[in-house]
Design a protein. Structure first.
Length: 236
């Protein structure tokens, strides 16, 4: 076993202390992800090749990946922890607000209103869920992604990396473009938010944020594994 594989395994085991059902699979081994990849291919051929995807407690690796790198594991495992915290069903439903998924849901579920209830009830149902499918309603997805992108920056900073403004610029685009369905299409706000997380990672203020329990666990694990070379000013 290589050092990277050993580190990946130990990190995954640490995440299971917070999320016992956490697991990692390959997208190519999953009929579900192969089906989604085929559907999305005309508009997003990177689904199978470039993106890690976490659903519930399971992280699916893109093609060609054999392990979940330890730094990435904390981000993706964080979404599994969020799903456990809020329940998989509620977290999944709210995370997908502001995406076409809610529009599809409306289309598939509106027919009882037209069949058994006054026609206008169906129109109200369709209108409501159509509105919820528009990007401005992705604020919860943005909040949860800020939490985990904040941790992604933190683990890199604690392990000795220097994250400059070019890094912030690159990461900010994942909030403001179609990557996550324009979940926070406000570039200045997103950059400011990410810079604040960068600052808090170095000072230790990050351990006072909403996901503090998970952040502290990540930091403690990194210390145990000897990965912390640049500790925050105030440790948890």
């Amino acid at each position: 076993m290589s050092k990277a594989e050993e580190l990946a395994d130990k990190t995954a085991d640490a995440i299971r202390e917070m999320v016992p059902k956490f697991k990692v699979i390959k997208k190519t081994d999953s009929w579900f992800h192969r089906t989604v990849g085929a559907i999305l291919k005309p508009i997003n051929d990177g689904y199978m090749k470039r993106y890690y995807t976490t659903i519930g407690y399971t992280v699916a690796l893109p093609e060609g990946m054999e392990i979940l790198p330890w730094a990435t594991a904390w981000h993706e495992g964080g979404h599994a922890w969020q799903a456990k915290k809020y329940s998989r069903l509620l977290f999944g439903a709210l995370y997908l607000m502001g995406t076409p998924v809610w529009l599809v849901f409306a289309a598939l579920t509106c027919w009882p209103f037209f069949v058994w209830l006054p026609w206008w009830s169906g129109v109200i149902w369709l209108t409501l869920f159509t509105l919820l499918s528009f990007p401005p309603f992705g604020f919860l997805r943005a909040h949860w992604e800020f939490e985990m992108y904040g941790l992604s920056m933190a683990v890199r900073i604690w392990s000795g990396e220097t994250l400059d403004d070019v890094y912030i610029e690159r990461r900010s685009k994942e909030f403001t473009v179609s990557f996550y369905f324009w979940m926070a299409p406000y570039p200045s706000y997103v950059k400011k938010k990410l810079k604040k997380y960068r600052e808090d990672s170095s000072s230790g203020e990050i351990f006072k944020r909403g996901a503090a329990k998970y952040y502290k666990h990540a930091y403690a694990t990194m210390k145990t594994l000897g990965l912390v070379t640049n500790p925050p000013t105030v440790e948890p």
